[in-house]
Design a protein around this ligand. Structure first.
Ligand SMILES: NC(=O)c1ccc[n+]([C@@H]2O[C@H](COP(=O)([O-])OP(=O)(O)OC[C@H]3O[C@@H](n4cnc5c(N)ncnc54)[C@H](O)[C@@H]3O)[C@@H](O)[C@H]2O)c1
Length: 331
């Protein structure tokens, strides 16, 4: 575990960033830098913790970012335009924030004396539409130009290359993680589990886009965050990238809808709709590298994770009435 560090987290008010902040805040100083586009932190029990500082700012503001990260030991760059539906609505902002924001974060990190780690987030989307037990040596797929979905993957892939270049050329201690479909308490963006649970809790129709045979592996957020602190502390992680996911929690999208309805005890109908964008047919990671170098193993099974997510959504529905109602892709 991490103790007595100053941890700087861009996007730390978001789903994964705030879960990490919650894990670290008792024993470290945590500074969150976020423009509060999304704000899971607002409902977090630790939001007023004396070790936590929130700076409202935009990663496109390079100077503000440099000022904010001064004195950081560990730099986590989680700020991004994330979620496929958001990408489809605003591919320009997706590319701008994810590309330029990451470039600004890397430049800011270069000004931190004695920085021990710069951790940045790529995505499993870089493996394209068919990715069966993909490991880190598999070539990335950039998709067709003009298909908005792939702007997210391309922006993240460019961020990976940029981080690797800062490591190679400037010796910055970078590490990249590629999350595979993370879900859990605190997710306000358009994750399929979150949206299905929300609908199921209200007995509304649970929508499946396409034929429902698309396959995903679902990673509970606590497992994701365990991988993060391991990547922030393990010396052999420097200069590496890691697939992070739960290769055992695999289901089709139709199977996911059925599981959600059963676990939640819902009377919802499962309703099929035509696919509205390019989709991922198959995505299951190999996490052998993370297991070997980081000692990481996902622990939370899908049903347990869905149950915990449903409890959180039940408790927080009123705080987040704007939680996603849209759901055009399958996460
Ligand atoms: N959740 C997943 O399944 C998943 C999968 C692959 C990759 N990722 C990556 O993990 C990281 C965290 O994702 P998340 O699920 O927590 O998403 P999230 O949307 O909940 O968090 C992102 C945070 O970034 C902030 N942000 C957005 N634009 C900003 C800007 N211009 N300046 C400052 N802050 C800004 C938002 O307000 C939000 O708090 C992202 O980089 C995302 O691309 C997530």
């Amino acid at each position: 575990m991490i103790t007595d560090k100053h941890v700087f987290i861009t996007g730390g008010a978001g789903f994964i960033g705030s879960t990490l902040a919650g894990l670290l805040v008792e024993r470290n100083r945590v500074t969150i830098f976020d423009n509060l586009d999304r704000n899971t932190l607002a409902s977090a029990p630790f939001r007023d913790h004396p070790n936590l500082k929130l700076i409202e700012g935009d990663v496109l503001d390079a100077e503000a970012l440099k000022r904010a990260c001064a004195g950081a030991d560990l730099f986590v760059h989680a700020a991004a335009i994330a979620g496929i539906d958001t990408t489809l609505r605003d591919p320009v902002r997706t590319l701008t924030v994810n590309l330029i924001g990451t470039a600004n974060a890397l430049e800011a990190a270069m000004t931190c004396d004695g920085l021990e780690r710069f951790l940045e987030f790529s995505t499993s989307e870089v493996f394209g539409s068919r990715a069966w037990q993909v490991d880190e040596r598999v070539s990335a797929v950039v998709g067709a130009v003009g298909e908005a979905r792939w702007t997210y993957a391309v922006s993240k892939l460019a961020g990976e290359h940029l981080s690797a270049a800062y490591h190679r050329q400037h010796g910055l201690p970078t590490v990249t993680v590629r999350p595979f479909n993370v879900y859990g308490p605190g997710q306000l963006g358009e994750g399929a589990v979150t949206i299905m649970v929300r609908k199921a809790l209200r007995d509304e129709d649970v929508l499946v886009f396409g034929d429902g045979t698309q396959i995903r592996a679902w990673c509970y957020v606590d497992d994701m965050v365990e991988a993060l602190w391991r990547a922030l502390t393990e010396p052999r992680a420097v200069g590496e990238s890691f697939n992070i996911g739960n290769a055992r929690a695999v289901t089709t999208i139709y199977g996911l809808a059925q599981t959600v309805c059963r676990v939640v005890g819902s009377r919802s109908r499962i309703v099929f709709r035509p696919a509205l964008s390019a989709d991922i047919e198959l995505r299951v990671p190999s996490v052998d590298k993370a297991r070997e170098l980081l000692g990481f193993e996902a622990k939370v099974d899908l049903e347990e994770g869905i149950d915990r997510t449903a409890r959180w959504i039940r408790d927080n529905l009123e705080k987040f009435p704007e939680m996603p109602g849209i759901f055009r892709s399958n996460g």
